[in-house]
Write a protein that binds this ligand. Structure first.
Ligand code: ADP
Ligand code: AMP
Length: 215
């Protein structure tokens, strides 16, 4: 199964993708994660993307679609994929159609996480992740069971994203509204979009997504 999780920054895409990975053995393809890895490794893509990401703007369509192509090429065609943070523009949606076809995959669902924009700043400014395994947390909404220790891998190191500040969040939301939201009709016409209430608690959101996937 191949699905897209769509929603503004902080909607809960990464949180829900991690849960689907754990429960169904799907693979999460997050272009944001790939770009952050490229920035860290100072690859040519990373060097090009760094300043754009810090401003909260979108990296070029060619770069992100090439990243997705490389991942799909390296993957078993039977492994289900969750696209997280991709596609974000009409051009990326078009590229994804081509990539799916060339890799013998079909898109079953687009799940739109519907959230109240006012809640997103709090979600994003409180977000942190385990530096070792990447598990996501939140200062208020999802703290580790033992303070300072990752529930999943026991690491005591955590990190915060440089772009998770209020100013950048506003730009990221504007980018979402201007460039990403307009791609929804492409998928609505195909009858594969389901809107899920992303303001519900994390477990309820997971249940709602699971019932979509279980048809
Ligand atoms: P995205 O990947 O869409 O940018 P995340 O999954 O990283 O968003 O979620 C942003 C922050 O909000 C994280 O710190 C996460 O723990 C928290 N969060 C995610 N889903 C919910 C929810 N349903 N209720 C409250 N907080 C949430
Ligand atoms: P995310 O981790 O999804 O919040 O993405 C972090 C940042 O990476 C975004 O603000 C963009 O600068 C960049 N980015 C991630 N995915 C894409 C994409 N599909 N298209 C363009 N830029 C992206």
């Amino acid at each position: 199964m191949n699905i897209i999780l769509l929603g503004p920054p902080g909607a809960g895409k990464g949180t829900q993708a991690q849960r689907l990975v754990d429960r169904f053995g799907m693979r999460q393809l997050s272009t944001g994660d790939m770009l952050r890895a490229a920035v860290k490794a100072q690859t040519p893509v990373g060097l090009q993307a760094k300043a754009v990401m810090e401003r909260g703007e979108l990296v070029s369509d060619e770069i992100v679609s090439a990243l997705i192509d490389a991942e799909l090429s390296a993957m078993d065609a039977d492994t289900g994929v969750i696209f997280d943070g991709y596609p974000r523009t009409a051009a990326q949606a078009q590229s994804l159609d081509g990539l799916l076809a060339s890799h013998g995959r079909k898109l079953q669902h687009v799940i739109e996480l519907d959230v109240d924009e006012d809640a997103l700043v709090e979600r994003i400014t409180g977000r942190f992740t385990c530096a070792k395994c990447g598990k996501g947390y939140h200062d208020t909404f999802e703290q580790p069971a033992v303070a300072g220790v990752c529930d999943k891998c026991g690491s005591t190191e955590f990190k915060r994203r440089p772009d998770d500040n209020e100013e950048t969040v506003r730009t990221r939301m504007a980018e979402y509204r201007a460039k990403t939201q307009p791609i929804l009709p492409i998928y609505e016409e195909r009858g594969i979009v389901t809107r899920v209430d992303g303001m519900a608690d994390m477990d309820s959101v997971t249940s709602a997504i699971e019932s979509v996937l279980n048809g």
